[in-house]
Ligand binder design. Structure first.
Ligand code: AMP
Length: 113
């Protein structure tokens, strides 16, 4: 199994896990781009947003709900935060396993790309 996120999900390699349920886990990004940088990841290996079927789309709502709760837990709800889903090469997706970034804890750039 070569997917790095599948390896974290299976426990083969460590991750600082902040949430897990039957469908989704969340752990801190190893190379944080903000004081709070958490990845929200479906357990199922779904490669990218562009690959999701209609039936798979609801996972995004679940991931967003977990991001919201994690932001509350990290104490950044009031200040604000950003969630990002990179998709494909030009979208900057490096790990080919669907994930949502939760970024916060500082004023984020207004650049969107
Ligand atoms: P993306 O560019 O959207 O594919 O983001 C992939 C993210 O995964 C990057 O922010 C990396 O820093 C992060 N990452 C890569 N390997 C690990 C790891 N072993 N543990 C936690 N985060 C990782």
């Amino acid at each position: 199994m070569s997917c790095i996120f599948c390896q974290i999900i299976s426990g083969e390699i460590p991750g600082e896990i902040l949430h897990q349920d039957d469908e989704v886990i969340a752990f801190r990004d190893i190379n944080p781009r903000a004081p709070i940088h958490i990845l929200i990841v479906p357990r199922k290996h779904l490669a990218a947003l562009s690959d999701l079927t209609e039936e798979e789309l609801p996972i995004l709502g679940k991931m967003a709900g977990i991001a919201k709760k994690l932001a509350e837990g990290e104490g950044i709800s009031e200040r604000g935060y950003r969630i990002v889903v990179n998709c494909g090469p030009e979208g900057g997706q490096l790990v080919p396993h669907l994930h949502m970034h939760l970024l916060g804890g500082r004023q984020l750039s207004d650049e969107m790309g």
